[in-house]
Design a protein around this ligand. Structure first.
Ligand SMILES: C[S@@+](CC[C@H](N)C(=O)[O-])C[C@H]1O[C@@H](n2cnc3c(N)ncnc32)[C@H](O)[C@@H]1O
Length: 301
């Protein structure tokens, strides 16, 4: 079962014959569930930046192939790929972050095995983690580790990287790991390295900007009454989703810099519930990777 699969279907599928976009298809777990809950003309348009994930999704979705289409693109740009019959849409799903398959394959997303420092979702993307590590100035590296990894050692580890790369190019996950390990307490090494990986992955894939851009672009595709569900896995992602729903559902009382949104907005949002939902303890027991998930949902009014 994909993360919070039951809740995704419950809050997203309000019209079984509608068109839904799964913006982060991964290996197709949610897409399959959605397709199975549709009837009549209902269909799912899936997109992912990673063609390797889409191949796995196509296999998983073979039995529901008449209802599912797969597109290799960023969800923030999916509108460019849609024909007139694909719009308006009844709902969209974003299950943010990384799939467990990507984490375990040799794409350099984790420090468990030695791989090239890549971290691109799109293998044709122009920037790799190695480019950032070997080329960015120290202040830029520090900012990435501080803002995207929330690392208190951001200054020290960016300095260590600059010193090390003067001697040798840093090309693999194990090379970077050996430079960073001394900066973490022994019992916190894995957590610290996971924060480093998160920071680099966000920077390589421009993830936070894509969420902001994607939420707007996909909401514009929704018909009135259409819904969206977003699952996020850390506070940086969740804050963007929470603020987006809050800004577009308020009637007044926004901070001065956001007041102009109220004057110019073309749609309003209605949150389907106030506090983010978390997985049940049963789900976390079956799938520990779900433990940090937070689900938010809203309707376009
Ligand atoms: C957590 S996984 C999704 C898992 C999926 N819901 C499932 O059931 O298998 C997130 C996926 O989003 C993809 N992704 C990340 N950023 C993207 C973007 N801007 N546009 C499209 N896909 C993206 C990643 O390649 C990854 O496959």
């Amino acid at each position: 079962m994909p993360v919070m699969g039951r809740e995704v279907v419950e809050y997203l599928v309000h019209d079984p014959s509608g068109i839904y976009i799964d913006g982060t298809c991964g290996t197709g777990g949610h897409a399959r569930l959605l397709a199975e809950s549709l009837s009549g003309d209902g269909r799912v348009i899936c997109c992912d930046l990673d063609p390797r994930m889409l191949e796995l999704a196509k296999r998983r979705n073979m039995e529901v192939a008449d209802r599912v289409r797969h597109l290799q693109c960023g969800y923030q740009e999916v509108a460019d790929q849609l024909g007139p019959d694909d719009k308006p849409i009844a709902g969209f799903l974003l299950d943010l972050g990384i799939s467990s398959v990507q984490l375990e394959e040799g794409y350099g997303f984790a420090f468990k095995s030695d791989n090239p420092l890549d971290m691109r979702f799109d293998p044709e993307g122009s920037l790799t983690a190695a480019d950032i590590i070997n080329q960015y100035p120290q202040q830029e590296l520090k900012k990435i580790f501080k803002e995207y990894g929330e690392l208190s050692q951001a200054g020290a580890i960016s300095h260590a990287i600059i010193k090390a790369r003067d001697k040798n190019k840093i090309e693999t996950t194990f090379q970077l790991k050996s430079i960073l390990e001394p900066y973490f307490n022994k019992d916190r090494i894995n957590k610290g390295l996971a924060q480093v990986a998160q920071a680099l992955r966000i920077a390589v894939n421009n993830e936070l900007e894509n969420i902001k851009k994607g939420l707007r672009a996909l909401t514009e595709l929704l018909h009135s009454g259409g819904r969206f569900v977003v699952i996020s896995y850390h506070s940086l992602e969740d804050r963007i989703v929470k603020n987006y729903i809050r800004t577009y559902s308020r009637e007044s009382g926004l901070p001065p810099d956001l007041e102009k949104v109220l004057e110019t907005r073309e749609f309003r949002l209605q949150p389907l519930f106030q506090k983010a939902l978390a997985p049940t303890s049963q789900e976390i027991e079956n799938n520990p990777r779900a433990r940090s998930a937070k689900l938010r949902a809203a309707a376009k009014v």
